[in-house]
Write a protein that binds this ligand. Structure first.
Ligand code: FE
Length: 342
């Protein structure tokens, strides 16, 4: 899905998201993302167990960075007394594991990033539909599966970043414009093996047609300044050092880096604002089809959509809340201000 900023921006991104023009519906984005098969957790497989007990246990298969998601889960455990067993791995292996385990799976909930991964799990009948007035109230319909098998829990924008010493004001325009010859030897990209770029290109296929997207991607490859990067952080560091003039990355990596180093030589540019809008993806969760404890899994998913959890997505993870009335962290608001003064 893609978003356009409204003509009048305030200093809060929460003002952008609800009023943004949605150029692609969730359903379209999902079908477009259907071929995405890899995923993004940075951690090796681990199993964590919190200790509180009310007799209830939820087992979560999660591809989210454990460092980022565990504080939220611990908060839920402490509030409710529910024990959480967290199994962390990449989404592809977790989906394969759910399929292999079938009715004997210990998993109650699947937590992951990217609509492509959620779509895959749902399409393999690994998730069960659920009805929740809480989720319906907290999460706009465009960020939920039309068949109610998963819901988004945070939003993640993938946009253009640049080194202000290497790029002139007014040079930037759209993702596809980075295929133009004036970017020859100046562009850096993350590998196409990761789901983030696969989903971005899927949205470009929707917006530009297969021919237009292929033309853009071929131009990107011609324009590369270096070999592709394994992750967005390495790419942003290369922009900071001047190795690359421009690149494409997810905004939360930038937010986390900016928090550590406010003097980063990297600026954010909201792509495609006069065309289709910036590419936005989601993180989200669903209840496993063969869950032993689906009601408690739903309770946790609802809790993750609450104001207090959504604020953590914003303040700690630097992702955008999916719940429209949750204020974003000052860091994210500043990101918008940086954009405004470009
Ligand atoms: Fe990521």
């Amino acid at each position: 899905m893609t978003l356009k900023k409204p003509l009048q921006l305030t200093n809060s991104l929460s003002s952008i998201l609800p009023s943004a023009m949605v150029a692609i519906t969730c359903a379209v984005a999902l079908s477009a993302c259907g071929n995405a098969s890899t995923e993004t957790a940075d951690n090796e497989q681990t199993t964590e167990k919190t200790t509180i007990s009310n007799g209830e246990v939820i087992t979560i298969y999660s591809s989210r960075n454990e460092q980022l998601i565990k504080p939220l889960l611990d908060k839920y455990s402490n509030e409710t007394g529910t024990t959480i067993e967290l199994v962390t791995d990449k989404a592809g292996p977790l989906i394969a594991r759910l399929k292999a385990e079938g009715s004997s799976t210990p998993a109650d909930m699947f937590l992951t990033v990217d609509a492509g991964n959620l779509w895959q799990a749902a399409n393999k009948s690994l998730l069960q539909p659920f009805t929740s007035p809480t989720i319906e109230a907290n999460v706009p319909a465009k960020y939920r599966d039309p068949k109610n098998r998963w819901t988004a829990l945070s939003l993640r924008a993938r946009t253009i970043f640049y080194n202000p010493k290497k790029v002139k004001k007014g040079e930037l325009y759209t993702y596809e414009d980075l295929a133009h010859r004036r970017w020859r030897g100046r562009l850096c990209l993350r590998t196409s093996k990761k789901v983030y770029n696969q989903s971005l290109v899927a949205s470009m296929i929707h917006n530009l047609g297969a021919g237009g997207a292929a033309y853009a991607v071929k131009g990107w490859v011609r324009n590369l300044a270096t070999d592709v990067f394994a992750d967005d952080v390495a790419l942003l560091k290369a922009i900071d050092s001047g190795q690359c003039a421009v690149g494409i990355a997810n905004t939360y990596y930038y937010g986390r880096m900016l928090e550590e180093n406010p003097n980063l030589n990297v600026k954010l540019y909201w792509a495609n604002q006069s065309t289709t809008g910036v590419h936005v993806n989601v993180s989200g969760a669903g209840i496993v089809a063969n869950a032993d404890n689906p009601s408690r899994a739903l309770d946790l998913i609802e809790w993750l959509s609450s104001d207090k959890a959504q604020e953590v997505y914003s303040s700690a993870d630097k992702e955008y809340p999916v719940k429209v009335d949750v204020p974003v962290s000052p860091m994210l608001s500043r990101g918008v201000l940086l954009f405004l003064i470009i």
